[in-house]
Write a protein that binds this ligand. Structure first.
Ligand code: SF4
Ligand code: SF4
Length: 455
């Protein structure tokens, strides 16, 4: 694609980067076929190619984002399916991230929307606040049905539509909190490695059992696990809202505490059990590339970041000899398959664990979760969830496995929110169960795991 940035514009490293990305696009349109919003809405401006044109026009002319441009950028899930499909290697992620920052800085959203986005940006990354807000949302949930819905296909949702969606996602009850930062879980037997495990923000409130399963599996196999003190939310949630000041501050704080931990006891990896966070931490090196004080440290941290399945695949595990007849539909989170290009590994590990693994049709299409998307764009998110659940149901699974808490909430059994009744369990919980850990809470007593029967 031909670009026309001036030399003065190209002096800005972000514009230089945008120019490089835009020039790689040959407008072939292959990406449109796999873009969930184009598949649903059929509007070129809701396709990757359409958005690329809108962003190009906005950046080249140094124009403030218009309502129309914001509408189409907001509808993008940042699922990155377009990056998987693109034959020219267009880095749409870095382009849309830049556009979102411009929107956040230069576009005056309606007051109610600014308020809601502000609340999400403050609450979601803080587990304590998030826990309190989930308890309040649980109390308010019975009234969600009374909130009038104006949600119509193709119309920008109102504040009330979003409030309704937010309440519907609140879980019926919250589990007890897991271990806090500053704890070290020693390796059992001979120590073969040492890793930090990202504690996360929303996940540690909604499903602390995920990280507990990871700790059990890793320590049982000779890996010491550290929950680093003073770690923060990875910044992913605010990064995708265009709030780069917040996201970069969180990235830097994490880089500092992880770097200190490397100097103190060494780390072979920083393990992430929420693939949305993993994609962002693996991008810290890029996000801080122009920051002289942090660029090298950020690149080092990004290189150490590993999805938990990547790391488990790299160590020796005693896989069970027996098989289970439990059918597991593997839901491939966008951040894992498109963001981190991890597609086969989780399925291979589940197969080695003795489960019958099924691929989900249209697995490249997002489930509609996408960080705060299911709150901010409830109509599109709901349609994507329904499509995903129908595709999953066609495999007739006993269990759904996923590697991202956002997807688990979106397609899981949140009463009244249209989720599936099939239990949605994190991949690491199944791997832990199959190799000696307890049965995940969501699975019924009659389900027999590969190694330990109904244990
Ligand atoms: S597939 Fe890639 S090169 Fe083709 S239009 Fe989409 S982004 Fe551009
Ligand atoms: S990130 Fe997803 S929703 Fe956004 S343009 Fe690419 S494929 Fe479409």
């Amino acid at each position: 694609m031909k670009t026309e940035f001036s030399l003065a514009q190209l002096a800005d490293p972000d514009i230089r980067e945008a120019d490089k990305i835009l020039r790689a696009c040959v407008h072939c349109g292959f990406c449109t076929a796999t873009c969930p919003t184009y598949v649903l809405l059929g509007d070129e401006l809701d396709s990757p190619r359409g958005r690329i044109y809108l962003i190009k026009d906005m950046l080249e002319n140094d124009r403030a984002p218009t309502e129309e441009v914001v509408k189409h950028i907001d509808r993008c899930l940042s699922c990155l399916a377009c990056m998987t499909t693109c034959p020219s290697g267009v880095n749409y992620m870095h382009l849309v991230d830049q556009a979102r920052v411009k929107v956040e800085e230069e576009y005056a959203r309606p007051l109610s929307e600014r308020f809601l986005r502000g609340v999400l940006a403050v609450v979601l990354p803080r587990p304590g606040l998030f826990r309190v807000s989930m308890m309040a949302a649980r109390l308010a949930r019975p009234f969600a049905a009374l909130i009038p819905s104006s949600a119509k296909h193709g119309v920008t949702p109102t504040f009330l539509d979003r409030l309704r969606a937010m309440l519907a996602l609140a879980p019926g009850k919250l589990p007890a909190p897991g271990p806090s930062g500053g704890k070290v879980f020693p390796a059992e037997g001979q120590k073969r490695g040492r890793v930090a495990l990202l504690q996360g923000c929303a996940q540690q409130v909604l499903s602390p059992g995920i990280n507990q399963a990871a700790i059990r599996l890793l320590t049982r196999n000779g890996i010491e696990v550290v929950l680093v003190a003073d770690e923060q939310c990875c910044g992913s949630l605010t990064h995708h809202m265009g709030r780069d000041g917040d996201a970069l501050a969180r990235a830097k704080a994490n880089i500092e505490v992880w770097t200190k931990e490397i100097e103190r006891g060494g780390l072979d990896a920083i393990i992430v059990t929420t693939s949305g966070c993993g994609t962002t931490i693996k991008d810290y090196g890029y996000m801080l590339r122009e920051d002289k004080a942090f660029a090298a440290k950020a690149a080092r941290i990004s290189a150490l970041a590993k999805d938990v399945t990547e790391y488990v695949a790299s160590i020796d595990i005693a896989w069970p000899q027996s098989k289970s007849d439990l059918v597991v539909a593997y839901h491939s989170a966008c951040s894992l398959q498109h963001g981190q290009k991890i597609t086969q590994l989780p399925k291979e590990l589940l197969s080695k664990s003795g489960f019958v693994v099924k691929d989900v049709p249209e697995s490249h299409l997002c489930c509609g979760s996408a960080g705060t998307y299911n709150i901010l764009q409830p109509d599109i998110a709901k349609r994507l969830r329904e499509r995903k659940i129908a595709n999953i149901a066609s495999t007739k699974p006993d269990i759904i496995s996923a590697g991202n808490i956002g997807c688990m909430v979106q397609i899981g059994s949140v009463e009244g929110a249209g989720g599936t009744s099939v239990p949605v369990v994190h991949t690491i919980e199944l791997l832990d169960w199959a190799t000696g850990g307890p049965r995940p809470d969501l699975l019924t007593g009659s389900m027999k795991g590969p190694r330990f029967g109904s244990a």
